[in-house]
Design a binder for this molecule. Structure first.
Ligand SMILES: NC(=O)c1ccc[n+]([C@@H]2O[C@H](COP(=O)([O-])OP(=O)(O)OC[C@H]3O[C@@H](n4cnc5c(N)ncnc54)[C@H](O)[C@@H]3O)[C@@H](O)[C@H]2O)c1
Length: 407
């Protein structure tokens, strides 16, 4: 049985790793320790999963006392690299939440350290495990569109999910790399995985005109704001028992307010982004992300030498309650084939449960290469990191300049 410890008692870690390990995978995995710099949050995770699991605010002490095989890293993005590298140095493997890290220096340091130690880093790209996304990979590998020439991906975050990134640590690029790293790492990973090509050149534009200091009536946070009666973004997270335990009761330790104002001056991430990528064998990606759509959805089209594949998934609002997603494949004989992919209702469209099985039941076959490693993590963040640089410097940025070991 493998021993796991946690770095980062985050809400993601709670649902994705801590609870499933102690309930669904207790034959295969043991959760030996929980570390977070915030003791209240770490203690709550232990209490809510298995109160016998020890809690630490000192990572090294946890590593010494718990002697794990694998460290699960699920902290604020800017600290991922610290715990991944420490895990490798302790002779452990690391399973890290996305994004693997947020800049090129720490990204290259992770790749180097992994190679030097011979240990392994897994990046949990759960989006790959959504049934219709996996099916697209199968169709592409079977030759449904021939050689890929062009990909379009439009991702729409709604004003519930999208706004949340502007309420907390994600809203500072120094913490998350902005949405082009934090969020788009999932999307760029899919394109890298589907095309099997290396991203080569990135050009991007971005702006913040919906959130940020766009209105007069604003405050530090909703809890103490006098405009909540008239603000459509006002939240009362303190009324939710889970949010209250996780964040409001813990904020005295670190000032992490879960309900900061989405119209703050402090926000320096974009809410509208558009990116163009050229790949090593010539495929072109046109990508956009907005964080203020009236509904949440994504639209994908992949066009190749032999045809075109289209898919649109509605995640909230209009169209979201159907029980299947459709993939349409158009060939060059004028035919259209429709693939109905039944939705699964687990976390993130059933993808989290599938990923957990692959992570914790070691004997699962993986012919499609669903489980992503450090190089997949690196390539996907590198597009976002290059895009950020391109926005700042208004020029195309070459991935190889930031990722010298690119294959
Ligand atoms: N794959 C997915 O679908 C998915 C979904 C949500 C979040 N995530 C990822 O999970 C991670 C956690 O996100 P969340 O929204 O659940 O976070 P969160 O805000 O709930 O928690 C962040 C945690 O990090 C801790 N922390 C802050 N600084 C630290 C440090 N220096 N060392 C150790 N711990 C520190 C905080 O105390 C807090 O407990 C992020 O990397 C995010 O990208 C992935």
């Amino acid at each position: 049985m493998k021993r796991y410890v946690i770095a980062g008692a985050s809400s993601r870690c709670h649902e994705m790793f801590a609870k499933p390990i102690v309930t669904n995978f207790k034959e295969q995995a043991e959760l030996a320790g929980i570390f977070d710099i915030n003791r209240t949050r770490a203690e709550y995770m232990s209490k809510d999963t298995d109160p016998s699991i020890p809690v630490y605010t000192d990572f090294d002490l946890m590593m010494k006392e718990c002697a794990p095989d694998t460290v699960i890293v699920a902290t604020v993005d800017r600290y991922h690299h610290e715990y991944i590298i420490k895990a490798l140095d302790y002779g452990c493997d690391a399973i890290t939440e996305k994004p693997m890290t947020i800049d090129e220096v720490t990204c290259n340091a992770i790749l180097d350290r992994e190679r030097e130690t011979g240990k392994k880093v897994i990046v949990t790209f759960n989006l790959r495990f959504v049934p219709h996304i996996t099916r697209i990979k199968e169709l592409i590998d079977e030759g449904a569109v021939g050689k890929i020439l062009s990909v379009n991906l439009e991702y729409l975050l709604d004003t519930t999910h999208g706004a949340d990134y502007f309420r907390r640590w994600h809203r500072r690029k120094e913490n998350s790399g902005g949405l082009l790293v934090h969020k788009s790492t999932h999307h760029f990973d899919l394109i890298n995985w589907w095309t099997g090509e290396e991203p080569e050149v990135v050009y991007a534009n971005g702006s913040t005109r919906f959130y940020g200091p766009t209105r007069e009536k604003r405050s530090e946070r909703c809890l103490t704001c006098s405009y909540t009666g008239e603000c459509e973004f006002a939240v009362r997270y303190q009324d939710d028992p889970y949010m209250n335990e996780m964040y409001f009761k813990a904020e005295k330790e670190d000032g992490y307010f879960r309900d900061r104002c989405v119209f703050s001056d402090e926000i320096d991430i974009e809410d509208s982004m558009s990116v163009a990528v050229k790949y090593s064998k010539g495929a072109l990606l046109t990508y956009s992300l907005i964080a203020y759509s009236p509904y949440e959805a994504y639209k994908i089209s992949v066009t190749g030498t032999d045809g075109r594949l289209e898919m649109m998934a509605y995640l909230s609002g209009y169209g979201a309650d159907g029980d299947a997603n459709q993939i349409l494949v158009f060939n060059r004989r004028g035919e259209r084939v429709t693939y109905e992919i039944k939705k699964e209702w687990g976390m993130h469209g059933g993808s989290d449960e599938r990923l957990q099985r692959m992570l914790f039941c070691n004997d699962m076959p993986d012919p499609l290469g669903l489980l992503a490693g450090s190089y997949d993590g690196a390539k996907s963040i590198m597009i976002g990191i290059c895009a950020n640089k391109s926005i700042k410097e208004n020029r195309p940025v070459f991935v190889k300049d930031l990722l010298p070991g690119q294959k």
